[in-house]
Design a protein around this ligand. Structure first.
Ligand SMILES: *Cc1c(COP(=O)(O)O)cnc(C)c1O
Length: 366
């Protein structure tokens, strides 16, 4: 058997007729940029998340960059951020010329809330949390810290569509929620896409301008913006998928539960779920001291896996100037050497899920 880390065409074929209709309608409408499809999707996604406003943009990274920019965070400002994240989270800070202040992860791989306050200084403007792998951070504690210290709260929800904490959707806790619709994400488009969610009309208006050259009325430019629009086709396809998101997440949760209940190899550390959380399993991440050997063993047996992420941002070549060295963030670094993401995707067949479990359970120490 050969199992890829992802097999994206299966989630297309699942609702093919609906996608094809949406595609054809948009093609025939003659309107391809900022038309009714984007308006419709923004409305439906805002209501799905439980926010007043949603603004569609070109990617998750752009959503994050524009979120930080719309809060006027820039040179000389500090943003507290988890060290264990994808580099895009950090790029959003440095592209705005602000400084990322890294915090180590807890046992759920999310920002350790006990280690945030010691990092707050006069320069701290915001906490940018990441609901990593599809599990919400401890939002009660993080909200308290933000209120107490008068900090903005931005959520990176790129991996956490429909994840919730205490029955409240991620993306609705902070000043701004940032989403990616990259094809592999839980709500994935068929190309690039992203969005911000907010209850603050001033922020949504600002992002609406910033995504469109900084202009509200054509050829009147009040700010220096960029071109970062969600296009009509992606919006139409996303509206179709959003209707099925609950079902799609359910399927992911069933696969994850099967893994949790059946993987019983003592060499493997399984993911933990924090109380009050509804985990949506963007990624199923295990840990193993002999990670590289496990990955090779699975590869030989036809199972493709991935590492999210092999190099933590503070050790990335592009951030040499920040001055971090190996050993500065030991928990993050240890995780990055032990983590492995197993295949988990919509349309995964029962025999494939079983094969992954059986193969992992047969892995032995070498
Ligand atoms: C995917 C991802 C992003 C970036 O989203 P793009 O749409 O690929 O730009 C940002 N943050 C996290 C945590 C992600 O997983």
């Amino acid at each position: 058997m050969k199992i890829n880390f992802n097999t994206l065409d299966r989630q297309y074929f699942k609702y093919k007729n609906e996608y094809d209709n949406a595609y054809l309608n948009t093609m025939e409408s003659g309107n391809y940029i900022l038309g009714n499809q984007v308006i419709q999707f923004e409305k439906e996604f805002a209501s799905f998340i439980g926010c007043e406003e949603c603004v569609g943009v070109n990617s998750g990274l752009d959503a994050l960059i524009l979120a930080i920019k719309s809060l006027d965070i820039g040179k000389g400002d500090e943003v507290i951020v988890p060290a264990n994240t994808y580099i895009a989270t950090i790029l959003a800070i440095t592209e705005n010329h602000a400084t990322p202040i890294f915090v180590e992860p807890d046992q759920y791989y999310n920002i350790d809330v006990e280690k945030i306050e010691e990092k707050i200084t006069q320069k701290t403007k915001a906490i940018l949390v990441v609901h990593l792998y599809g599990q919400a951070c401890n939002m009660k504690k993080i909200k308290e810290i933000c209120i107490k210290n008068n900090l903005y709260l931005v959520e990176d929800c790129a991996q956490a569509h429909m994840a919730n904490y205490d029955n409240k959707m991620t993306g609705s806790f902070g000043d701004i929620g940032c989403f990616s619709f990259y094809p592999t994400k839980n709500l994935g488009a068929f190309g690039d896409g992203g969005a911000i969610t907010t209850n603050n009309f001033e922020i949504s208006e600002k992002v609406r301008m910033l995504r469109n050259y900084g202009s509200k009325h054509k050829y009147q430019n009040d700010m220096t913006g960029m071109n970062s629009r969600l296009d009509e086709l992606q919006a139409a396809l996303l509206t179709v998928k959003l209707k099925h998101l609950k079902e799609l997440i359910n399927e992911r949760q069933n696969i994850a539960n099967y893994y949790l209940n059946h993987i019983n190899n003592k060499l493997i550390v399984l993911p933990l779920i924090q109380s009050k959380n509804n985990h949506v399993w963007h990624l199923f991440v295990i840990r193993c001291k002999q990670r590289d050997k496990l990955q090779k063993y699975l590869e030989i047996n036809g199972i493709q896996t991935a590492i999210h992420y092999p190099i933590p941002p503070h050790l990335a070549k592009c951030y040499k100037r920040l001055g971090y060295k190996v050993g500065d963030l030991p928990i993050t670094e240890q995780f990055s050497s032990e983590i492995l993401s197993l295949p988990l995707f919509n349309g995964m067949k029962q025999e494939e899920i079983k094969f992954v479990v059986e193969t992992i359970n047969k892995f032995k120490e070498i």
